[in-house]
Design a protein around this ligand. Structure first.
Ligand code: ZN
Ligand code: ZN
Length: 157
């Protein structure tokens, strides 16, 4: 069952593994393939669950270690959220930032040329050389906000 999903990324990972004298194991390939089929921001346990549908013998440690390898290989980006890391595809993706709902954990991506330009200007003003940035903006998503206001309405007479 060879799939063509993320063929380029699989080549990049293969090259990374051999450069670092690491084994190209079947388990790692299943994990990578499963990861590449998702467009979400996955926690280790999210990915573990998906992987175990295909290979119940693959454990959490292997999934975690493989994600860290994908990160070093430039294929995954880690978002350090409150209490839990999430991973998303990073290979040849445009830079983007995140809104994170603190109630349900939903994550929304955004890019703003205005914000990017402003921070470049501010950095130039103070002579700061930017290497990268991550905006993680916390709050409530639309459905959590409306659920909260419905609950509020029920409480008041
Ligand atoms: Zn929410
Ligand atoms: Zn993202």
């Amino acid at each position: 069952m060879k799939s063509t999903v993320g063929r380029e990324e699989k080549e990049v990972f293969g090259a990374y593994l051999s450069k670092n004298h690491l084994k190209r194991s079947e388990q790692r390939e299943v994990i990578l393939d499963t990861f590449l089929r998702s467009d979400r921001h996955l926690s280790v346990d999210d990915l573990l669950q998906m992987v175990q549908k295909r290979r119940p013998d693959i454990g959490r440690t292997t999934v975690y270690r493989t994600l860290k390898l994908l990160q070093s290989a430039g294929l995954a980006q880690e978002l350090a959220l409150d209490g839990q890391s999430r991973f998303e595809r990073d290979y040849k993706r445009e830079h983007h930032d995140h809104f994170i709902c603190k109630s349900c954990g939903a994550i929304f991506e955004f890019t703003s040329p205005d914000i990017e330009r402003l921070q470049d200007e501010i950095a130039a003003d103070i002579g700061f050389a930017i290497e990268g940035h991550r905006h993680q903006i916390y709050g409530s998503c639309r459905s959590c906000t409306s659920r909260a206001s419905r609950a509020e309405a029920r409480r008041s007479p």
